[in-house]
Design a protein around this ligand. Sequence first.
Ligand code: ZN
Length: 443
Amino acid sequence: MGALFYQKHSDFFFDSYECLSVKDRTFFQRQKLKKYIENCLEYSEFYRRRLPKIDWSDDFPLLGVEPLTSKDLRENLPPFNSNLIASKEAYTVFQSGGTTGGPKTSLFSDEELEKLNKANARGFFALGVKPHDPVADFFASGSLYMTFIHINRCLQKYGCVNFPFANHTEIEFIHKVVSLFQIGTFTGVASYILQILRQFDELKLEKFPIKKILFGGEPLFEADKRELVQNWGVEVVAAPGYGTIDSWYIGYQCLKSSLGVFHAHDDEVYIEIINEETGKPCAVGEAGMVYVTTCERSLTPIVRYRVGDLAYFTGKDCPCGRTTPLFKLLGRGDDTLRIGYDSIDYNFIQDFLAENKLSGTAQIQKLKISGRDALLLNIESLETFSEDNLSRLKEKFYHKRPAFYELLSKKQIEPLQIKICEPNSLKRNPRTGKLIRVLDYEE
Ligand SMILES: [Zn+2]
């Protein structure tokens, strides 16, 4: 058994599946999905009760299946219940968010963890990662968190030279090791990598070339990408894998992908993008909720899981030559704040920051002032802003968002507040280090 890299299909594609014709791909997918559902019915009492009779001649055979929600997972997995477990294999218990009401778990057998490495290898390969590339792994470890140990194993299996820093290594030590070993690739949560690089700057430590930032766990926005390219000369800023711990890898980027656009792993997961108002599949270009059926998970089969992210299929071909369909990820369906009657999406804020060449490390918060809604935009930045600068920014915001300005003119909401904060001062998830992007008002 050599490194995973050498299992590649050709110099262009990791798997032969990535360059199949649409007809062959569709045939392959349908056979696999059918086999998966048959296995669910054979081994899982939970699905025997839950799944209706499926018409396999239908273009969308799972439309009649009740979506599996995050709540369903919590109620049917240990420690509360074992209804979703469909095999006797041993497993590793990971925590999948959910800080209130006890841990929410996700279980993976050893075999599933190995298969997951292969899915990630497809993303590494598509982004030009080579055996013996030195890679620094900055994902969070401990607290039953999955990504660090998964990526650690991936890097070993793929054939990279692996540096398992995790997310609590002292900053000067990181700098020293990265310089001595000339580590050109960093992997981790985007906001944590940015935090490390900004600390290097603050401490006036020597700069060195970084070629690739392979991020995961949360989206990275245009303003962050610009900072990485301008400040550090990074050549590739991309996500080798998009997925969720409750499901599987759902997509991967290639060297031609723009931010937020992914090739679908549609042989490993059956992906539906659903308009939840009509219950129908979305047309190409129409945004909807992502539902996945994880054809690789047999310990706890997952059929039609509502991932909670919004996306749309682009319907376009990728210049890289892969035929796997492209989708654009729009982030969490709940990454919005309702200010008066205006629903402000976090992506809108990121567009605004990028247009004004501001740092992308930002958080929006809803406040109540004298009974009226107010929007507070917190931006982490080393730059200083005068009152005049801030006023001009607010004017630009109102100009970009007439609906918000109209509510303000009618005195239905309070004026926008913008606060410039010290780097690393905004609230982050203590377990994963991810920036908390949206803070809703709590009664
Ligand atoms: Zn591509």
